[in-house]
Design a protein around this ligand. Sequence first.
Ligand code: KIV
Ligand code: ZN
Length: 512
Amino acid sequence: MIERVFIFDTTLRDGEQSPGASMNTAEKLRLATQLEKLGVDIIEAGFPAASEGDFEAVSEISKRIKNAEVAGLARTSKNDIDRVWGAVRHAAKPKIHTFIATSDIHLAHKLKMSREQVMSAAVEAVRYSKTLTENVEFSAEDGSRSDRDFLCRIFEAVIEAGATVVNLPDTVGYAIPEEFARLVEYVRSHVPNIGKAVLSIHCHNDLGLATSNTLAALSAGARQAEVTINGIGERAGNTSLEEVVMALHTRPNFFPLTTGIRTEQIYPTSRLTSMITGIIVQPNKAIVGANAFAHEAGIHQDGVLKNPMTYEIMKPETVGLSTNRLVLGKHSGRHALRNRLKDMGYDLSDEELRLVFTRFKELADKKKHVVDEDLEIIVTEGILRTADIFNLEYLHVTCGTTVLPMASVQLTVNGRMVRGAAYGNGPIDAAFESISKLTGTAAELLRFSVSAITGGTDALGEVTVRLGENGLIALGKGADPDIITASAKAFVNGLNRLEYLKRHPVDRSEAL
Ligand code: KIV
Ligand code: ZN
């Protein structure tokens, strides 16, 4: 019999805890809309008690999402739970997700609580949450390193108190697949009322085993997987949604399990996540990396041409990597653009469409074929970042073998026009220098990388920068056919993200 696995996506909560991955509300809303289109069962939209920004984003997502459940994370305090409820109560299917650590090491050193105190905090939190909504998940943080019998007792007690999902996290990515599967079996056989709740798992990737642990746990009877797009998350990240889903999809004989994921939405969701968060997907990343379906070796190419199944275990189209992509060009009109954007999940107002259309025409003048990735960038830069403080209005650069590189820049800073110029070691350095002077930033450039979004010499260059200031880290992304302009856009985007972090301080005390 084929059983259903619930996919709980935590890209917007655990994923956002990746250094520099903060997103503004418009960006989170866009990603949540895409996650719903992808078909996830639950969207964990944030940690409302951690910041005003999280609270606002979770509220907005709750108002927008209709099919998926929307969850917010809370520690076991009444205040945290009230904050979650204040934000998710607008949702068609709200969920409160409360957690407390259960391992002795966390109890002794972090919480300074006894097992009895943790037990009663957990039960109280679930009881209180149940007065607000039917749908309550309890997580035993550091569950994989907790005493098994204490873990089972606490699961039994929270289910008795009304938890509809109990989640077993491998918080520090320490588990080994066989061992984790045995733990799941132990929980299933030692929690008498386990049949009244869904057993969930949540793995981190510190040993590169998150997907394997998740699959082993599903084989052992867990029925909810907590995952993120591209596996983003703190440290080495979380379990990748795309890896788990495609393993189940590709090996149905081994896993008699199914999900509600529309696999052809995997690649567009991966792209969007990378673009919004600024976190680049490594080229050899399974399923969604740029090389995941590229065959370099001659013998492989020959085989694939004769029959793709010789070397391809999945079809690229299954994950949304279509070779027959719809392209727009400079003769495409407003109507075609609106339809294409609609298919991609963007329902733009007339004013937004006007703006996107202007930028689309500008790009189509420089680039023969405008593809979905290009449109994503136009919308991300033109619509989702409108609340920005700094905007790049104009950039002029002189450089070459016989001149000192110089950049003159015009920006708006909170709507006020400023302009200036600076020299640098190269044109990008000069542009950054000039922008730094105009914005007065103390940010340090920690990393800079450039890649091409699509093939061809007219492809958009995509630049990612990592900026640091007083312990805050932000990633910035920019794209343009001209990589110096793309770099300036990325730098300005990174500075805006730093400003956002300064204005939305996050309380991560006792968080993960
Ligand atoms: O890693 C972890 O333990 C978590 C829990 C809150 C589920 O993210
Ligand atoms: Zn986690």
